[in-house]
Design a protein around this ligand. Structure first.
Ligand SMILES: [Zn+2]
Length: 284
């Protein structure tokens, strides 16, 4: 087989340079093309520039929980369409498309698990489901996750990744902010720890409610964090925003975060936080 043919410009490959889907991944941080298997071994962190790729809820469960096991609850809760909302597409069609894409009923997995033997009530959001938006199902599942922590007197861990409240459910989405925040106040009265983990991005209604209410708040490096987008803020206050505004590092510098943790250290850091804050006997 002729691998090369001669042309006026010299040797050219006869084969088109095609990268098979999924075998290689282009880093959004540095532009390097990385062998996906290497990326997977590195927990989807670029070996070149430390960019943390967004990973789905299932991968986060495998990363953080003992044996990657979570006893899931409320899997069958699914959004209704109370406002019969339609933009360029019907809301019901958007839900169906996301359900097919992710295999989830809505954008959050929740349940009970253990981390280094310590019991936790755990929830993790998945950005792939309508941008990790919080509608009434995500809000209700978060609320039930908090309630399980209250009833069982165990710590709460929530991993957030969200573009904010789900506009297709209007005020019903916004009400989830008050509902989840009120339950977190009950958990605090019980003196049970809540550890909030912020991944890229954690913004808007989620950031303005349960994501920012952790007793300890951990974020992944260089995650986009904030309430409104920079352009909206700039227009509202009429001022230029500082460099690096809305990054984990900026938030850490200004006292909003307790820990910035690389993904490879996240499980260990979370476990340490739980051990420091939860003093019940493991089997008690
Ligand atoms: Zn990179």
């Amino acid at each position: 087989m002729d691998w090369f043919r001669k042309s006026k410009d010299g040797l050219v490959s006869q084969q088109k340079k095609e990268i098979p889907d999924g075998l290689w991944t282009k880093c959004k941080g540095c532009g390097e093309v990385i062998y996906s298997k290497i990326l997977e071994e590195q927990l989807w962190v670029c070996p070149n520039c430390n960019y943390h790729f967004r990973i789905n809820a299932t991968k986060i469960i495998s990363l953080l929980l003992d044996d990657g096991q979570l006893e899931t609850y409320d899997d069958n809760l699914s959004s209704l369409d109370p406002l019969s909302f339609r933009d360029s597409k019907k809301y019901t069609d958007r839900i169906k498309a996301s359900q097919q894409k992710t295999g989830m009923k809505d954008g959050l997995i929740s349940g009970l698990g253990t981390i280094d033997g310590l019991p936790v009530s755990f929830a993790v959001m998945d950005f792939a489901f309508m941008g990790g938006s919080m509608g009434s199902v995500v809000g209700e599942k978060i609320a039930r996750t908090i309630e399980r922590a209250i009833e069982r007197e165990i710590p709460l861990v929530i991993v957030s990744c969200s573009g904010g409240a789900r506009m297709q459910e209007g005020i019903l989405s916004l009400m989830q902010m008050a509902k989840t925040s009120a339950l977190l106040a009950v958990l605090a009265k019980k003196k049970m720890p809540y550890i909030s983990i912020l991944t890229n991005p954690t913004t808007a209604g989620v950031m303005a409610s349960y994501a920012s209410l952790g007793d300890i708040i951990i974020a992944e490096p260089k995650a986009l964090l904030g309430f409104a987008g920079p352009r909206v803020i700039q227009q509202t206050i009429g001022q230029d925003l500082p460099e690096g505004f809305q990054s984990s590092e900026f938030f850490m510098e200004h006292g909003f975060l307790d820990v910035i943790s690389e993904r490879k250290d996240l499980r260990r850091n979370l476990s340490l936080c739980l051990q420091y804050t939860y003093d019940k006997p493991v089997n008690g």
